[in-house]
Write a new protein. Structure first.
Length: 151
């Protein structure tokens, strides 16, 4: 009896693999995005994080998703990154959300607050808290989507 179940399961697995093969074989379209930063190239630790991110994305997609990084001032001034993304000038931006405190006071919490949460607490809040209280939720009314980056 166990042999029959095994053969049925193996046959089902083989059939599903054969059906999925055409989907796997399709090539992924090439995407080219631009990412501007609020930081100059001379700040390796901050600007370098953007370059490391871009490299990781390219490797994960076999260079089908290419992102070019631009330092502050190459496309827009450093403190206009959010506006550039919202206006569609660039597809992505690397910045600190507290630079845009004037647009929405809650943006200050998305980056850092003096005497606020440490790295472990901040990441726990971003990932384990109820969805309505997460920093990414605050930006729901804007074109901004945030991903916590602890560099």
């Amino acid at each position: 009896m166990k042999r029959r179940q095994f053969l049925q399961a193996a046959g089902l697995a083989a059939a599903s693999t054969a059906l999925a093969a055409p989907a796997i074989a399709q090539s992924m379209p090439e995407l080219k995005w631009r990412m501007t930063s609020s930081f100059p190239k001379s700040l390796d630790t901050i600007y370098g994080a953007s370059e490391a991110f871009v490299k990781a994305v390219a490797e994960a997609t076999d260079n089908k998703f290419q992102i070019r990084t631009f330092a502050a001032g190459e496309i827009v001034p450093g403190l206009q990154v959010l506006d550039a993304v919202q206006n569609g000038t660039v597809e992505m931006g690397g910045t600190a959300s507290y630079y845009y405190f004037g647009k929405d006071p809650t943006f200050a919490f998305g980056t850092a607050v003096p005497f606020g949460l440490n790295t472990r607490q901040f990441l726990a809040w971003c990932t384990a808290s109820p969805p309505a209280t997460r920093p990414a939720r605050w930006a729901a009314g804007s074109a901004r989507r945030s991903t916590p980056s602890m560099t």
